[in-house]
Each structure stands twice: as C-alpha cells, then as structure tokens.
Design a protein around this ligand. Sequence first.
Ligand code: F6P
Length: 376
Amino acid sequence: MARCIGILTAGGDSPGLNAAIRAIGKSALNAYNMQVIGFRDGFRGLMENRTVLLEGEILSGILTLGGTILGTSRDKPHKMPVGSRVQDMTEVMLDNYRRHNLEALICIGGGGTQKNAHRLAQAGMHIMTLPKTIDNDVAMTDITFGFDTALSIATDAIDRLHSTAHSHHRIIVVEIMGHNTGWLGLGAGMASGADVILIPEIPYDIKQVADAIRRRRHRGKNFSIVAVSEGAISIEDTRKLAALQKKKQAAGDSKQQKKTTAALEAFKAQQNNNTLHLSRQLEVLTGLESRLTILGHLQRGGTPTAADRILATRLGSACAAAINERQFGCMVAVKGETTALVPLDQVVGKRKVVPLNHPWIRAALETGTCLGNHIF
Ligand code: F6P
C-alpha cells in the first residue's frame, strides 16, 4: 500500500502557505515516495472529509501565490459549529484520518493551530506542525513564515504615509496587525522611521506620546508618524483591564459572573476602536490634524517575499524528512540557519512576545523613537 500523508492549513492565512504545501508535497513525492492529500478549509475539511490529491500539476506554479490553495478556517476540532450546535468532532476527524490510512497529518498554522494539532496528537494521530503567522508570535521558533512579507507590506505602506503626512503637516496614526504582540508594529515602525511606535508589550502614556510630537514640532517637524500595533494599550487601560479581570475572578454567583463577563467584553470591544480614539486624543493634545490608517488584511495578502518562500520551503522539506524518519508530535521550528523538531507540548500555551531587552527596542530608543513610556 502507498504511503500517504495529509496536510491542512488553519487559522488566518499567511503569505508562504503555498510555498510550504509545495515543499512538503514535492519532497514527499520525489524523495520519499509518499502520496499527499490536502484537507480543505482547515480542521473543518478533516471533519467533513473534503480532500484533494496533491500531485504534480496541483503543486506546480504555486510557489509565488499568496493565500492557501487548500483554504483555511478558524474552526477548532473540539469546538466545531455543526448546524446549530457546537460539538467536539475529534472522533470524526480520527475516523477520517484512519480512513485515508495516513502515516501523519501536517497542520500548518499559528499558536491556535499548534494547540488544536496537539489535541489531535493526544487523541492518537501522528501530527507534525509548521509555524506560520504574520504575527511572529509562535513560541519556540526564531521566526514564523508570513512575518517577513507582512513586515515589508506594512513598511511600504508607512513609507507612503510619510510623504502625505509631511505635505499636510499632519499626524498619521497607522494601525498594524500582530494580535497581542508587537513584532510587526515594532519592525515596520523601525524600518519606516516612525516617530512613535506603540506595542502591547509597553503600555503607553498618551501625554508622553503628545510631548514627543510637540518636541518634534518645536524642532520644525510639523508632522509625525505614529505606528501602533493593534493590541497596544495605554497604562490607564492596562489598570482598568486588570481590575475587571480581578473582579471577574472574584465573582461569586452566576449573576455576578455574567455581569463581570459583560463588563470585560464591553471593555475589549471598546479597545477595538483604540487607534481612532488615540488619533483624536492626539489632535486635542497637540493641535495638529490627525488621520488614522488601518492597514488590516492588506498585510496578509499577495505574493510572499523571497525570504518567506525560502523559509517555507526549508520547513516543508524538513517536515517531510522528519516524517520519513517517523518523527511525530513536533513542530518544525527555525533555529538560526537550521531547523529543529520541538515537541508540541513545549510549544502550546505560550506566546512569543517582544522581550523588553530585545535589541530592536534598544535600537529604536537610541535612534530617538518614542515608545510611549519613559521607563524604556
Ligand atoms: O493572526 C493573524 C492575524 O492577522 C492577526 O494579526 C489579526 O489580529 C487576526 O489575524 C485577524 O483575524 P481575522 O482575519 O480572523 O479577522
């Protein structure tokens, strides 16, 4: 019987996914004589047994394509919306895994996917994962693919905002993705010479941000670029959030629990408009006109950079080789110029945030960038 492995892509899409699918497929077929099937739309396709045979033609011409030819979704195996109910569909997935007599299933995704994949490994599947996300926040790997592409898209966008901010003597606040980490915001802000960079790891003081802009104005610079990670939060809101979380934990009866949960949800919803609020506050505090640009999903779209294509190809081929050696239950991580297999239980439940002593932070400060908090 032919050897067979499966692939799925889950979570938010990310440039380089097709390069990884191609690398796994070509290596498995050429080097190890394994057949490869893809499951469509993440874990949902595994549950519904919607497959595509990944052979020669399908794997050809996809290296440079953005998105994922397999489709993706944010569905979780243990909390799958089916009809009007949310159910644990792990057993159904296990049946489909066995139906195809898979030697292993490769799940390509970010932090959430690593967790879900780990659950399937615990349920008895031979699982391998690859780390992808534009957020670069997966633990135990130097970098994730997709990050480099998003970084260059965001940098290019901020470069363009610079000339219009300069011409109109305005502040431009630019919101950058990254979930609850600041890799993308800090990287793109530094690469484009943003005057202020706000990231979730460093709660900011709006007055210090306004002071930095005013100081620039006194030096004759009538415009400023404020690069803000979507998860950035003020010192004041950090305190409010901590108090709400404490209240929720202490809530006794179910009425109190409902009330505190609702208050926390309302607070989080309000945080979604944080950058708009920030832009308005800066207008009031500095007297300069301010505009907000939200880069959004532009950062995830389109063709991957050369660096991401190479990275995804390296990880994909290393993954096929590891499966051939019957290594399972691991993420194929990037460690400098090489790859390493990290057991999934060391990956899940952690998030790689920007350490406060990271060289990027030091370099940003030493080149005069305001990070919104004097402590740094
Ligand atoms: O995880 C990647 C990411 O793009 C985050 O940066 C962002 O917060 C999130 O996905 C957006 O998710 P969605 O595409 O589901 O709106």
